[in-house]
Ligand binder design. Structure first.
Ligand code: DGL
Length: 257
């Protein structure tokens, strides 16, 4: 039975998926959300794909037990590791972030990708868009999780990773949902290159699919319940520094997953 009044589940390893959550809230102001940040196990990007796949299944199971009507995998690493299997096996619609970003990128000539080691090595993006250049940037996620997205150290690290990017790159896919927080820094290093993130394109795809499936919530109030596996206070402080108000926050132990 369809239950449009239920919330939408969104998950990531940490605060990165908040970029997608914000876009979802804009596109779907009447929906309620459960946001899950696996902050006890962040970062995912250096872990084996099989392990990240297991995390994605555990979190999806938890979100389903809370009664979500759809799941947005707001993490490129987990999308690369667990889709399409997750979407095929779960009883609710499941959305990843790779295809929407790749679709935007396809309109450009020479496209590059930056992402976590797991995402880049999985070559999952190449299923949807040809890439002229790809680079794993493992220090970016910890920089964001440490609140250093605007710090001079982020600029140094960005220069280090991006110095060998082709000079004639037209667009760069930010293949990690943490990276939009680094946009100001990335623009300084690659001026003139179009930076593509998956947030808006994913939100549009989710909104269209829910409308098609008759799953739009007519009575939702735009409420978000945040779940974290790590320290709730540090999560709240960081999310609020990133411009996201956290009103309801719950800690989930890994044993509950
Ligand atoms: N936001 C996740 C992604 O999109 C970060 C992965 C990580 O935790 O390393 O890939």
């Amino acid at each position: 039975m369809k239950e449009p009044g239920r919330p939408i589940g969104v998950f990531d390893s940490g605060v990165g998926g908040l970029t997608v959550l914000q876009a979802l809230k804009e596109a779907l102001p009447r929906e309620d959300f459960l946001y899950f940040g696996d902050t006890a196990r962040v970062p995912y990007g250096g872990k084996p794909l099989a392990m990240v796949r297991r995390f994605a299944w555990e979190i999806s199971g938890f979100l389903l037990r809370q009664g979500v009507k759809a799941i947005v995998v707001a993490c490129n690493t987990a999308s690369s590791a667990a889709l399409p299997d997750l979407a095929e096996d779960l009883s609710v619609p499941v959305f990843g972030v790779l295809e929407p970003a790749a679709r935007v990128a396809r309109a450009h000539g020479k496209v590059g990708l930056i992402g976590t080691q797991a995402t880049v090595e999985s070559r999952a993006y190449e299923r949807y868009v040809p890439l002229a250049w790809a680079k794993a940037c493992p220090l970016f996620v910890p920089l964001v999780e440490e609140g250093l997205w605007d710090d001079p150290v982020a600029l140094l690290v960005a220069r280090h990773y991006l110095e060998e990017a082709p000079k004639d790159l037209e667009a760069l896919i930010l293949g990690c949902t943490h990276y939009p927080f680094l946009k100001g820094t990335l623009r300084k290093v690659l001026p003139g290159v179009r930076l593509i993130d998956s947030a808006e394109a994913t939100a549009k795809e989710v909104a269209e699919a829910l409308a098609r499936e008759g799953l739009l919530n007519p009575h939702g109030r735009g409420e978000v319940v945040h779940y974290v596996t790590g320290d709730p206070e540090s999560y709240k402080n960081l999310a609020e520094r990133l411009g996201v108000r956290v009103e309801v926050l719950k800690r989930v132990s890994l044993e509950e997953l």
